[in-house]
Write a protein that binds this ligand. Structure first.
Ligand SMILES: Cc1cc2nc3c(=O)[nH]c(=O)nc-3n(C[C@H](O)[C@H](O)[C@H](O)COP(=O)(O)O)c2cc1C
Length: 382
C-alpha cells in the first residue's frame, strides 16, 4: 500500500502540497509549448526579501470580530485555513492589537504576550504553512478615546515604552507565532496615523511640527521593529495617501510620498495605500489614485529606491488586476471584500486569464483528473 507524503514541519498529518496558486501553463497550450510563453503579470512570481510569492494576489486585512479575550478561535482556523489553501500570493490577517487598550472592538485579536502568540501559531499560522501559504499579521494600536488619553498628553517615557512594546510584539509575531511578514497599521485613525496627521497631533515637543517631527514616532517605531525581527522578514505598512480634509496644513499626497522615500531607506519593503475618496471635497493638491502612484514610483526611481506598492481598489476581475500590474503602478493586488464573496478567487482569476495553476492535492482530481498529483512513498501508513 502506498502512503501519502506528509507536509513537513507541522504537528499534524496533511498531504504535502505544491506551491499553491502557481502558474503552470496557459490552458490552450500543450505541455510542449507551456514553457515558451511568459505568464500574465498576475501569475508572475515576486521576491520580497526571503519570500517568493507565486502570484500577486493578496488578501487584504479584514477584521472578523471573532476573538474571545483577544485569542483566535476555530472560526479563525477555518476562515484563514480556507483562504490559505486556495493559493493567494500573500495573506494578511485582520488587525491584531499590540496592547490590551489598542483594540478597535472587544472581539479583535491581540498579540501582546506569549500565550496569544502560541495560539496564533496553532490556530492560524501552522495550517497556512502546511499549505505553503505566505501569511502575515497586520499589527495595530487603535486610539480608544474612552480608555486612552490623547497622544498630546503622553510622556516621552510612554512614547519610548510604546515603541519598545511594538518591537517586542513584532519579535513574538515572527519568532513564536511564526508569521512570514508583518504589516504595520498606520491608517484608519490608529496611533501612528494620529502622530503623522497635523489634524490629530497637538503635541508641543519634538514629536510635532514639520513632517520630520510628526514622523519621528513612525521612524523610531520602524527602526525598533527592524531591530527586533530577522533581516529576511519583509516589513509592510498600510498608510493613507492623505488626510481627508480641506483644512490648511492637513497631510497631502506629497507629504506621503516624502514619508515613503524615508520608509524605503528605513527597511520597509511594501507600502499598502488606503487612498481616500475625496467625494466633493477640494483636497489640497490632490491627484486621482493612479496619478498619485505614478508620482510615487517616479520619485522612488529617481532616488534609486524601490518599494513594492499595492492599494485596494474594489478589484473584482482578473482583467482589472492585470491592467493595474501592466501599468507598473502597483506590484501586488490587494483584494478585500471580493474574497469574502468568493474565497476561490485566485482560481477564478486564473480561469479568467486562461491560465492553469497549481491546486491543493486533495482537490486536484476535480481540476485535472488525468494527472498524478499525490506524492507517495512505499512506507506503511502510520
Ligand atoms: C469586513 C472588513 C473588515 C476590514 N478590516 C480591516 C482591518 O482589520 N484592517 C485594515 O487595514 N483594513 C480593513 N478593512 C479594509 C480592507 O482591507 C480593504 O482595504 C477594503 O475592504 C477595500 O478593499 P476592497 O474594495 O477589495 O474590499 C476591512 C474591510 C472589510 C470589508
Amino acid at each position: 500500500m502506498q502512503s501519502v507524503k506528509s507536509a513537513p514541519n507541522v504537528s499534524f498529518f496533511t498531504p504535502k502540497q505544491p506551491i499553491l496558486g502557481k502558474f503552470v501553463k496557459y490552458l490552450e497550450d500543450s505541455e510542449l509549448t507551456s514553457t515558451e510563453r511568459t505568464p500574465p503579470l498576475l501569475f508572475t512570481p515576486l521576491k520580497i526579501r526571503s519570500l517568493t510569492i507565486p502570484n500577486r494576489i493578496t488578501v487584504s486585512p479584514m477584521c472578523t470580530y471573532s476573538s474571545i479575550d483577544s485569542y483566535p478561535t476555530p472560526f479563525h482556523t477555518v476562515h484563514y485555513g480556507s483562504l490559505s489553501m486556495r493559493g493567494p500570493g500573500l495573506l494578511i490577517t485582520e488587525c491584531a492589537s499590540v496592547c490590551e487598550n489598542g483594540k478597535v472592538t472587544c472581539n479583535d485579536l491581540g498579540l501582546w504576550n506569549d500565550s496569544l502568540a502560541k495560539e496564533h501559531y496553532s490556530k492560524i499560522v501552522e495550517f497556512a504553512h502546511s499549505q505553503n501559504c505566505n501569511i502575515g499579521v497586520q499589527l495595530g494600536q487603535f486610539h480608544n478615546k474612552d480608555i486612552v488619553p490623547p497622544i498630546e498628553s503622553w510622556s516621552k517615557e510612554q512614547i519610548i515604552d510604546t515603541i519598545k512594546e511594538w518591537g517586542q510584539v513584532c519579535k513574538r509575531a515572527t519568532d513564536m507565532a511564526q508569521y512570514d511578514f508583518i504589516e504595520i497599521q498606520a491608517s484608519h485613525g490608529h496611533i501612528i496615523d494620529q502622530f503623522i496627521s497635523p489634524l490629530w497631533n497637538h503635541r508641543t515637543d519634538e514629536y510635532n511640527g514639520e513632517l520630520q517631527d510628526r514622523t519621528r514616532f513612525l521612524f523610531q517605531l520602524v527602526d525598533e521593529i527592524r531591530n527586533n525581527i530577522p533581516k529576511e522578514v519583509p516589513l509592510f505598512i498600510r498608510l493613507p495617501d492623505c488626510d481627508k480634509s480641506e483644512k490648511e496644513g492637513s497631510l497631502t499626497q506629497k507629504d506621503t510620498i516624502k514619508i515613503c522615500v524615508e520608509l524605503a531607506k528605513h527597511g520597509v519593503d511594501v507600502v499598502d495605500f488606503v487612498c481616500v475618496n475625496p467625494g466633493k471635497l477640494n483636497l489640497r493638491s490632490h491627484k486621482p489614485r493612479l496619478e498619485f502612484l505614478q508620482d510615487l514610483k517616479q520619485i522612488l526611481k529617481s532616488k534609486d529606491l524601490s518599494l513594492v506598492v499595492g492599494s485596494p481598489s474594489k478589484i473584482s476581475t482578473a482583467k482589472e488586476a492585470e491592467a493595474l500590474l501592466q501599468s507598473g503602478l502597483e506590484d501586488i493586488i490587494l483584494i478585500g471584500s471580493e474574497f469574502l464573496r468568493n474565497p476561490v478567487l485566485v482560481t477564478e482569476f486564473a480561469y479568467q486569464l486562461g491560465v492553469k495553476i497549481t491546486q491543493p492535492v486533495q482537490y486536484s482530481w476535480g481540476f485535472y483528473p488525468s494527472e498524478k498529483y499525490l506524492e507517495t512513498s512505499k512506507s506503511a501508513p502510520k
